[in-house]
Design a protein around this ligand. Structure first.
Ligand code: SAM
Length: 362
């Protein structure tokens, strides 16, 4: 029996996957083998979370960032990017557009800004978004590390999901990707705090980083389980030339990055079953059908960009970010078409909370 036959039997019997299973999954190769892997993950997705795609309109609120991560295009030291912060009115307009187009939920994302003024500003935005939608628009935040008090204020104002990627779950590897004052343990504490406050908590990693091994990625999947994570947003690492990490990846293969990204989505779905998994923009950046391939490998959430096109070129975390000149209406139409093409439907108007959040501890 092949490994995939054994895996299929395990899934039918609802048996737990082991770390060795995860490692074997990530080492699978060959078109036909991978096609079978994705089909298995798709079956598990259908069984546990269904075949609807949940949308989160992505608002890139600001690219001002106090962090200096070695891989990221909006890192503090990159002087070649025009810094911006949207006005409250602009944020509310984009939230209103998402609400009027039945997106169900939005995500506010930005560089990391830790100031009382910013905490107030975001709180006002949250309150405004809840008001304009009569509480109907679901709201995820992805605004980096903050104090417990700030997280609580934003939760009390109406945000109910938070996405904070750990980037890698291996502390020694984390320290090669960040300056010494970026603390791995502080990030873990933030994730624990978010959970304790009551947020639906999401994390994720970059896949295909220079120096990353299969064992690191297996560790990441085990970390998601150990932290009882509700939502996963992970995607391939993509070089940005104006970052220190660019020199460490002279040969970049989009194909390899996409394949490993898809294998990680499939492995996460097979291992964790009832979580929400995003098919991220980075996949789309590397492959014209990247987001659809992500859905077919087990993802169930898409985050269409609804940021005003004037700001999109300045929020470049990596090179060749897709749709920087496309307005939100064009993005929506393109997305509808591509989702219909793979036979799935968009869950318009639904929050699409992760089932895992409600199943936790059972
Ligand atoms: N500042 C917030 C935080 O730290 O969580 C959110 C914004 S941050 C720019 C969003 C995510 O972009 C990061 O968590 C990281 O995983 C991803 N990212 C940054 N640079 C990237 C790159 N070169 N390739 C792929 N993803 C990248």
């Amino acid at each position: 029996m092949s490994f995939l036959d054994v895996l299929a039997d395990k899934l039918t019997a609802d048996a737990e996957l082991t770390p060795d299973d995860l490692k074997n999954i990530l080492q699978l190769e060959g078109e036909e083998t991978l096609r079978r892997l994705y089909a298995l993950a798709y079956e598990v997705k259908t069984r546990y979370v269904g075949r609807k795609v949940y949308l989160r309109g992505l608002i890139e609120v600001s690219n001002i960032c106090a962090k200096d991560c070695y891989y990221c295009g909006i890192r503090r030291s990159n002087r070649n990017t025009r810094r911006f912060r949207m006005s409250l009115e602009e944020i509310l307009n984009e939230a209103r557009w998402s609400f009027e187009h039945d997106y169900g939920s939005i995500v506010m994302q930005s560089g990391e800004i830790q100031s009382p003024e910013y905490a107030d500003f975001i709180e006002q935005a949250i309150t405004g978004i809840k008001e304009l939608s009569g509480g109907k628009l679901g709201l995820t935040l992805s605004l980096g590390e903050q104090t417990e008090e700030t997280y609580r204020r934003w939760f009390d104002a109406g945000a109910h999901r938070y996405l904070l990627r750990i980037e890698t779950s291996t502390p020694e590897f984390y320290s090669t990707l960040h300056p010494a004052d970026h603390s791995f343990s502080a990030r873990i504490e933030c994730l624990k705090t978010l959970r304790r406050i009551g947020y639906q908590t999401g994390t994720g990693v970059m896949i295909g980083l220079p120096g990353q091994t299969i064992d690191h990625l297996v560790g990441d999947l085990l970390f998601f389980r150990e932290m009882d994570i509700d939502m996963i947003g992970m995607g391939p690492y993509i070089v940005h030339n104006e970052t220190p990490l660019a020199n460490r990846m002279p040969e970049f293969s989009a194909e390899k990055q996409v394949t490993m990204g898809l294998k990680m989505i499939a492995a996460a779905r097979l291992f964790l079953k009832d979580v929400n998994i995003a098919s991220t923009t980075a996949l789309q950046a590397l492959h014209p059908r990247g987001r659809e391939l992500g859905l077919l490998a087990g993802a169930n959430v898409i985050m269409p960009n609804v940021t005003d096109t004037q700001y999109r070129p300045s929020y470049q975390l990596y090179q060749n970010k897709p749709a920087i000149n496309e307005n939100s209406e064009q993005s929506r139409l393109a997305l509808e078409k591509s989702i219909a093409n793979i036979g799935e439907t968009i869950a318009y108007g639904e929050w699409g909370d992760p089932r895992h959040f409600f199943n936790r501890g059972q």
